[in-house]
Design a protein around this ligand. Structure first.
Ligand SMILES: Cc1cc2nc3c(=O)[nH]c(=O)nc-3n(C[C@H](O)[C@H](O)[C@H](O)COP(=O)(O)OP(=O)(O)OC[C@H]3O[C@@H](n4cnc5c(N)ncnc54)[C@H](O)[C@@H]3O)c2cc1C
Length: 437
C-alpha cells in the first residue's frame, strides 16, 4: 500500500537516456490522473484513493522526534518536490481498506461491452506472423486457447514474467534462447538484462514499553483491534508494512536522498515465517534508493510453467555497498537520540558488536533481501540493448507493446507501484494514439 512517486531526477534521467516524453514535467499529469488524495497531501482527484497512515503510535512520534534531534527534517509530504525527511507514509487506501489496481481501475470497467476478463488463464506465448504479434496463446485448464489481436498485443506480466514470455516466444538474446532449444524469432539482446531491485536490510531493537504490534496482535488486544476495525475501520488492522518513512542523503552533494527507511513498531522472531516477536520490538528497514548493481532474469527451460532464473547481483558495486553501510549507520544514530531513550532497550540486529564497515557489510549480506521492486528487465530506450522504444513498442516487432515495471530504464527512488500506475496511464494514451501497426 505504500505510495511513493520518487524524485524528479528519476524521470528526468529517463528522458536524458533517450526516453523522450518521460521527463518529470511530462509525466506529472499522469500522476495527477492516478492520485486521489483524501487528506492534506494535495488536491488531486484521480482514480486511486490515497491517504496518510492514520495510526499515530507514541513510539512513532518519538522516532520522528529522534530524527529531528539527529538533524533531519519532518516532512509531511514526501511526494512533493522535496523527498527528504521523516513522516508518515501515504497509502492507497479508502476507509481503512487497501484499494488495489483492480479495485480502482478494473472493477469499475467490468460493465463495458468491449471488455472480457479471463482468469486462471496462463499465457504461454505471443503468436508471431511475419514479424508481427497477432495474438497470444494461453493455457486455460488443460486446453490451449488462442486469442487473436485486431490492433495490438499489450504485455503486462510484470518485470519477472514479461521477459520470460518474450523469450518463450522467441524474442530475446540468441545466446540465451538457442541453448534452450527455443527458435529465435527476433534477436533482442536486452530482454531479461538490466534487472534492478531494492535490497533491504532489517535492523531491529528490543523496546522497553508494551507499545508495539508484537504484543498488540495477541490475545484480547487483537480481539479488541478486530472489533475496532469492523466498527470504525481504524486501528492496527489498517496498517501495511510501513508506518513511518525516512528519506536521507548519505553524503553531501547529492541531488536528493539515496536511502529510504521503513520504520515499524514491530519485529520478527522469524522473518521468513513472518512471525512477530513476543517481546516489544521495532524495526527499521534500510534500502538504497538507486542501486547501480544490475542482474538478470531469463527463462531456463522451454517449459512455460517453469520459473525463470533470477540473478539479482545485489551489492555488486562499491557505491552500493557504501550507501547501504552509511544508511544503516544513520538509522542507528537516529535511534540513539534522546527522544527514543524511554523506548530503546537494546539493538538486537545487527547488535552493538557491529562496529566496523566490514561488520556492517557482513550484516547487509546475510540479513538483506529483496523488497520486491523488480524492474528494468525490458527497459525502454533507443539503443541496441533497449527492448521497447519510448512509446513502449517492442523494438523490431509490430503490434506488440509492454506496459509494466519492466520498461523502467532505471529504478525510481521509492516503492515502485506509483511509477507503474503512471506508466499504465501514459501507456493508455500511447495505445489510444495508435502507431503500432
Ligand atoms: C509482497 C510485495 C509487496 C509490495 N509492496 C509494495 C508497496 O507497498 N508499495 C509499492 O509501491 N510497491 C510494492 N510492491 C511492488 C509493486 O507491487 C510492483 O512494483 C507492481 O505490482 C508491479 O506492477 P506490474 O504491473 O509491473 O506487475 P504485477 O503487479 O506483478 O502484475 C503482473 C500480472 O501479470 C500476471 N501474469 C504474469 N505472467 C502471466 C502469464 N504468463 N499469463 C497470465 N498472467 C500472467 C500476474 O499474475 C500479475 O497479475 C510490492 C510487491 C510485492 C511482491
Amino acid at each position: 500500500m505504500i505510495y511513493v512517486r520518487g524524485q524528479r531526477q528519476d524521470y528526468d534521467g529517463w528522458a536524458q537516456r533517450g526516453c523522450s516524453g518521460w521527463g518529470f514535467d511530462d509525466i506529472l499529469p499522469y500522476f495527477a490522473r492516478v492520485e486521489n488524495y483524501e487528506g492534506p497531501a494535495g488536491p488531486n482527484v484521480g482514480t486511486l484513493p490515497l491517504t496518510g497512515v492514520t495510526e499515530r503510535p507514541v513510539i512513532g512520534e518519538a522516532f520522528i522526534a529522534a530524527a529531528e534531534a539527529a538533524g533531519h527534517v519532518r516532512n509531511p509530504n514526501y511526494n512533493s518536490e522535496r523527498q527528504d525527511g521523516f513522516g508518515y507514509y501515504q497509502v492507497n487506501q479508502h476507509n481503512g481498506r487497501r484499494v488495489s489496481a483492480a479495485d480502482a481501475y478494473l472493477k469499475p470497467a467490468m460493465k463495458r461491452p468491449n471488455l472480457s476478463v479471463r482468469t486462471r488463464a496462463h499465457v504461454l506465448r505471443v503468436d508471431l506472423t511475419d514479424g508481427r504479434a497477432t495474438g497470444v496463446t494461453a493455457c486455460i485448464g488443460n486446453t490451449e486457447v488462442r486469442f487473436s489481436a485486431r490492433a495490438e498485443v499489450i504485455l503486462a506480466a510484470g518485470a519477472v514474467q514479461t521477459p520470460q514470455l518474450l523469450e518463450l516466444s522467441g524474442i530475446g538474446d540468441p545466446a540465451i534462447l538457442s541453448p534452450l532449444g527455443l527458435t529465435v524469432r527476433h534477436a533482442l539482446p536486452g530482454v531479461g538484462a538490466n534487472y534492478i531491485d531494492h535490497y533491504c536490510t532489517r535492523m531491529n531493537w528490543r523496546v522497553k514499553q508494551p507499545v508495539t504490534l508484537n504484543e498488540q496482535t495477541r490475545g484480547w488486544r487483537l480481539a479488541l483491534s478486530v472489533a475496532q476495525y469492523f466498527a470504525m475501520r481504524k486501528g492496527i488492522l489498517t496498517l501495511g508494512t510501513g508506518l513511518i518513512h525516512g528519506f536521507v542523503r548519505t553524503r553531501p552533494g547529492l541531488a536528493g536522498p539515496d536511502v529510504q527507511f521503513f520504520f515499524m513498531h514491530a519485529s520478527y522472531a522469524n522473518a521468513a515465517e513472518r512471525k512477530l516477536d513476543r517481546q516489544p520490538g521495532m524495526t527499521i528497514g534500510v534500502t538504497q534508493l538507486r542501486p547501480e548493481s544490475r542482474g538478470t532474469i531469463h527463462a531456463v527451460s522451454p517449459d512455460h510453467m517453469a520459473a525463470p532464473s533470477i540473478r539479482p547481483n545485489f551489492l555488486a558495486t562499491e557505491e552500493d555497498r557504501r550507501v547501504m553501510i552509511e544508511g544503516m549507520k544513520i538509522a542507528r544514530h537516529v535511534v540513539e537520540q534522546p527522544p527514543m531513550a524511554s523506548f530503546r532497550e537494546v539493538e538486537m540486529a545487527p547488535g552493538p558488536i557491529c562496529r566496523t564497515d566490514s561488520d556492517w557489510l557482513e550484516f547487509a549480506r546475510t540479513n538483506g533481501q529483496t523488497i520486491y521492486h523488480i524492474c528494468g528487465t525490458c527497459r525502454m530506450g533507443t539503443d541496441d540493448m533497449a527492448v521497447t522504444d519510448p512509446e513502449l513498442r517492442v523494438r523490431g516487432i509490430a503490434g506488440l507493446r509492454v506496459v509494466d515495471a519492466s520498461v523502467m530504464p532505471t529504478i525510481v527512488s521509492g516503492n515502485t507501484q506509483a511509477a507503474v500506475f503512471m506508466i499504465a496511464e501514459k501507456g493508455a494514451d500511447l495505445i489510444l494514439a495508435g502507431g503500432n501497426a
